[in-house]
Ligand binder design. Structure first.
Ligand SMILES: C[S@@+](CC[C@H](N)C(=O)[O-])C[C@H]1O[C@@H](n2cnc3c(N)ncnc32)[C@H](O)[C@@H]1O
Length: 242
């Protein structure tokens, strides 16, 4: 039990593996023979091991920095892309511990924000519905929010339910392309005409953009902010105009 909100560490297994790999590489760098002869090739084993060790530990450190600091700045950047009226119906797809859901809830007055997730602990540490409920209570937004356990690829909401749909670092976790594209179609289906989806991810954003355009939506791409996100996160601003 914590006494303050906890938004978890994204991809905790990946971070652990990066630090493990860097540890192994540093041991190799210290104790392996300096040169490795591979037929006519001579490889500088120690230099290579140092480079791998530094690369892996830097990546692990930057991912931790994103999880502890950067994601709050990234969340604010995403939420500033919409001009809030306060009456919006909002959906956060893959809400996890409620990062975007809570940010949106603070910007609405008469509106309502719903977060959906399948609560996968490999994608986010401590990922569970009751922990997200606790974060909503800590942040004082319980009344304005609800949570539902459902997948992005098959949502229970009627067509044209939401003015704003948000999603950060969720869709790439759907590993097969047809299901990812189905999730994009679901986002289009439940978004109101005149509504906006703000979708952020570190890969496959070209694929999502194409899927949204194929459904007749307008897509604007925003460059990643390299100071606040690692891996760099692109943002798609998707408008359903007709
Ligand atoms: C890296 S976490 C990001 C959580 C949150 N959006 C954030 O930015 O802090 C990815 C989230 O996507 C969720 N997720 C993965 N596949 C999903 C799916 N098919 N439908 C809904 N959520 C999914 C995971 O359970 C996890 O909570």
């Amino acid at each position: 039990m914590t006494s303050k909100p906890d938004y978890g560490i994204d991809a905790p297994g990946v971070i652990r593996n990066l630090f493990l790999a860097s540890g192994c590489a540093f041991v190799l760098a210290l104790f392996a023979p300096a040169l490795l002869h591979l037929g006519p090739l001579v490889v500088s084993l120690r230099v290579t091991a140092w480079a791998i060790g530094i690369g892996c530990s830097a990546s692990g450190f930057l991912m931790l920095l994103y999880a502890k600091k950067g994601k709050f700045l990234h969340r604010d950047r995403m939420l500033k892309l919409h001009i809030w009226r306060g009456s919006e119906q909002v959906l956060d797809v893959g809400t996890g511990r409620g990062l975007l859901l809570i940010g949106a809830a603070r910007r609405i007055t008469t509106g309502h924000a719903i977060g959906i997730d399948i609560w996968n602990k490999d994608d986010l540490s401590g990922n569970a519905l009751d922990r997200t409920e606790r974060n909503l209570a800590f942040e004082g937004v319980t009344e304005k929010c609800s949570l539902a356990s459902e997948g992005a690829q098959k949502m229970s909401f009627p067509n044209e339910s939401f003015d704003v749909i948000l999603s950060n670092l969720c869709l790439h976790n759907i590993y097969d392309q047809p299901t990812r594209l189905q999730a994009c179609k679901e986002i289009v289906r439940v978004l109101k005409t005149g509504g906006m989806a703000i979708i952020s991810d570190y890969k496959s954003t070209n694929e999502y953009a194409k899927a949204f355009r194929n459904e007749g939506l307008r897509v604007e791409r925003k460059r990643p902010n390299l100071l606040t996100t690692y891996p760099p996160l692109r943002i798609l601003v998707v408008r359903k105009t007709q």
